[in-house]
Write a new protein. Structure first.
Length: 179
């Protein structure tokens, strides 16, 4: 019998001061059985940083060729492709041919090593690469509940989160920004 995903329902009061986005996001997030809580947390933060029309979570780990998050136009064109983790350069190069914009959000303990090894390759393509601090993602993951309200304020490179179980700050550093 296959393991089923764990479902999280999040009502996020989003205040993105960088992009003048003020919205309430009602997200249903499926945590894949092989996905860590920290990875799912990084996916949610990447979603909030890019909140826009047509943005949705994909089947992610269940479909190897899909990104974690995407925005597609009504004509089914990729507007935005978002991968979370440390993807292979060839995957991102292919994504860049398909999508108008590609972003990568790295988050775990091997992130710095991955970036050091991949930086020269990624510099050749028009993609944005960001890094969350793993310890901060861990702290935020500890605040998550299966059904919850979260207040998230984005200012500069910081995300300030407040939930019933506490508060924390998550820093999102730009490693490569093509804008």
């Amino acid at each position: 019998m296959a393991l089923k995903p764990t479902i999280y329902k999040m009502n996020i009061n989003l205040s993105d001061l960088n992009n003048d986005v003020y919205d309430t996001l009602n997200l249903t997030v499926a945590q894949h059985p092989s996905e860590t809580l920290e990875r799912m947390t990084a996916r949610v933060m990447a979603f909030c940083l890019n909140a826009q029309e047509f943005l949705t979570f994909t089947k992610g780990l269940s479909v190897a060729d899909d990104p974690d998050i995407w925005a597609k136009s009504l004509a089914d064109e990729f507007l935005l492709w978002i991968d979370v983790g440390e993807p292979a350069f060839e995957r991102i190069k292919k994504a860049r041919r398909q999508a108008q914009a590609v972003k990568v959000y790295s988050f775990n303990t091997k992130s710095a090593v991955w970036w050091k090894q991949s930086q020269a390759d990624f510099a050749a393509v028009d993609v944005e690469v960001y890094q969350f601090q793993f310890e901060q993602i861990q702290a935020l993951a500890k605040l998550l509940k299966r059904s919850m309200d979260l207040s998230l304020t984005i200012s500069g490179d910081s995300l300030y989160a407040a939930a019933e179980l506490g508060e924390c700050e998550v820093t999102c550093s730009a490693l490569q920004n093509q804008q």
